[in-house]
Design a protein around this ligand. Sequence first.
Ligand code: ADP
Ligand code: MG
Length: 624
Amino acid sequence: MGFQAEVKQLLHLMIHSLYSNKEIFLRELVSNASDACDKLRFEAIDNPALLEGGADLQIKVSYDKEARTITISDNGIGLSHEEAVANLGTIARSGTKEFFSQLSGDKQKDAQLIGQFGVGFYSSFIVADKVTVESRRAGVAANEGVRWTSEGQGDFTIETIEKESRGTDITLHLRADEDEFLSHWKLSEILRRYSDHISLPVLMQKEEYDSEKSEMVKQDEWEAVNQASALWIRNKSDITDEQYKEFYKHVSHDFEDPLAWTHNRVEGRSEYTQLLYIPKRAPFDLWDRDGKRGVKLYVKRVFIMDEAEQLLPSYLRFVRGVIDSSDLPLNVSREILQESRDVRSIREGSVKRVLSLLENMAENKPEDYATFWAEFGQVLKEGTGEDPSNLERIAKLMRFASTHTDEPLQNVSLADYISRMKEGQDRIYYVVADSFNAAKNSPHLEIFRKKGIEVLLLSERVDEWMMSHFREFEGKQLVSVSKGGLDLAELADEAEKKKQEEVAESFKPLVERLKEVLKDKVKDVNVTLRLVDSPACVVVGQNELSPHLLRMLQAAGQETPDFKPVLEINPEHAIIARIQAAEGDEFADWANVLLDQALLAEGAQIADPAAFVRRMNALLLKSV
Ligand code: ADP
Ligand code: MG
């Protein structure tokens, strides 16, 4: 049978880009064997017959010097014929195709991407030029075993075999230069390094030095080379950072080290242990609705389910790890999880731990925190709407671009902002636009730049929505600078206020004329003091949808209300002074050009671009 196209690509890339890290194949195969045993233990809760009288789950690793093979065996759930074809010939994860289309051919970059994707079973082909999988699913007859064989080129063969013992044996036929793996010392060293956290015993045949043959000789006895106890149950002080990291790779299927973790035993109304990790890099399917999310749930050390998304809110969907409850029933289902009070308290407790972990990182490891924010900040922002009870803590974790730094990097916290507020300023100002550059160059910022007042620059998809939930921080209102009726009174002194009133009065006739010409296109026309360099801008009412949000809704094919902005003009600008003298068609051209250019500056589409160009050319000609 042929491999799915993406599998072929993955195999090719894996062999070439992960070669410098080739011993990870063993970690991946032991990790799968351990998952298979977890699954059997779980299915056996309802159906003890699956254990076929043998409940001692274990993993065996052996090698054969003559045949040049390594074999990894487990007595877990096994694979049926169909499962072998589906799981070892295709990649059944949503978004796989798109993921592969991003690969560039640059080894180093692609190695990182593959890491995000997870390496898994196919990593065996880094060291093997032929892999044989012999398996029998627990509970089926001995003559319904399956053998899967492939040379990792483009196809695999599959046949039915007789297999006495339940579970899976995977045999790697090593490539020509890989003889270093044919040693007890080498294999056990790799297993200790990468798989010590596996909770089942990983056994190897004992070897002793035979002085007559002057070489190591295999004994009948098998011994565990790992500690074989669930890592999260051990005392924190007995666990090394390396062990925490390797365990992370096992539970997350990630290739890279985690950024941080938190490990706690919680006692009280509800008892559980949590070991939660923050990844260093967003998985390729973070934005995919069907993507992997959630943590592994165990009950009293028995694996219950992967991706138990009920245990954490969606805005923390990047968290990976394990929660082991002492209270939940073993036969807990996803439906029960949704309603359980124990789950609710686990969830609340876990949110608090993750937020503390992030606060700690922000405080003590700002570089790590910057990495976190760049990867997952947009997800965390969803918490403003999803988890109002933790709004204050989430807000403190947010980082923004701002006019103070004028670079796209998001590294300004609200505390930074507040510490730089001007005397008399009691609001936090922000602007939302389609892109960082549009935000940074928004005409609405002119007066703020002139007065040296900082404005937060928001340009991510989630921002407009976020700001609709996030209106106040530490008693200070958050105010959009692009909304109408922007009250800058707090920033003006007495003389300025007086001037404003006089100006508004003297421009009344012009405002009336503009309203008359533009009456079908704008809601209102006002004089503003917020502009410095631009002659005009458009704004919307405080409670109206912003043009930016309207565009997003339109792009998503949604019906939107008719949009009529308010035009605001800058009385200090030479063009405004000049058009007071214009009459008739010329004045109408000016009025329309003012409105259209204000819309363009906002990033909006104008209704009739050809008319805009015609009018502008007419005006240009006159001034030549
Ligand atoms: P992952 O572990 O992320 O699911 P892998 O590529 O490591 O991906 O494994 C692919 C699939 O093959 C597994 O999900 C599992 O269904 C199956 N599989 C691999 N090894 C075993 C095994 N030892 N026993 C049973 N099934 C296995
Ligand atoms: Mg795996």
